[in-house]
Design a protein around this ligand. Structure first.
Ligand SMILES: Cc1cc2nc3c(=O)[nH]c(=O)nc-3n(C[C@H](O)[C@H](O)[C@H](O)COP(=O)(O)O)c2cc1C
Length: 193
């Protein structure tokens, strides 16, 4: 479904077309090439000192057992729609620099940039990505054995978005709701806060 951003000023189509749907084709499976492209996009994100602190743990629907265990980490309201996606990506970031084990104050910032690259790459491929904070980090850590020097940040659910007429009735209202943003003038200023 197309929910292109209604912008006051022109932005790139890729940015305007990215959004976070909940209506996905439950039969759709991603192939290796698509998955590799999504990860390649993450790989080329910028990072402080070129540290690349991110690590992504993938759950492919083609492995039904592991996919359902990852789904089980999500809040019930997220499970309700994420079960129809094809890939769940757990995003993690190393809190420490590799070269000196000092705290990396940009680890979260960098992983967020890489996650957005994944979302935009998905959009460019006719897919959609929906990020989630609504999940149990404890359950995810236990499932994936992420070491304690890595923070677990989010899940990103990726799949083939459906049109409104193909959408389950209970999702229709939410899917067609208007997209809102703060007024442009509120989010930036020159020279002083
Ligand atoms: C870090 C993060 C956590 C989010 N958590 C959830 C979530 O748990 N469940 C959900 O349905 N959407 C979640 N979202 C999606 C946001 O609600 C969505 O990005 C926001 O409303 C803007 O809508 P848009 O992405 O369609 O432009 C999350 C997004 C981000 C970036």
């Amino acid at each position: 479904m197309d929910k292109k951003a209604d912008t006051n000023f022109p932005i790139h189509d890729l940015l305007a077309n990215r959004w976070s749907p909940r209506s996905f084709d439950p039969e759709y499976i991603l192939d290796d090439q698509q998955i590799n492209s999504l990860m390649e996009a993450a790989r080329w994100a910028p990072s402080c000192r070129g540290e690349q602190p991110w690590k992504f743990i993938l759950f492919n629907k083609s492995d039904a057992t592991m996919f359902s265990q990852a789904l089980n980490c999500l809040s019930v309201s997220n499970q309700d729609w994420a079960m129809d996606t094809a890939l769940l990506v757990l995003t993690c970031t190393n809190r420490f620099y590799r070269h000196n084990q000092q705290e990396n104050g940009y680890a979260h910032y960098d992983c967020g940039a890489a996650a957005e690259n994944i979302c935009l790459q998905a959009t460019s491929m006719g897919l959609a990505a929906h990020q989630m904070g609504g999940f149990s980090k404890d359950k995810a850590r236990e499932l994936t054995q992420v070491p304690s020097n890595y923070d677990i940040l989010s899940f990103v659910a990726i799949g083939k978005p459906l049109n409104l007429d193909e959408t389950r009735d209970e999702l229709k209202e939410r899917e067609s709701a208007e997209r809102n943003r703060l007024p442009l003038q509120e989010i930036y200023s020159f020279n002083k806060f």
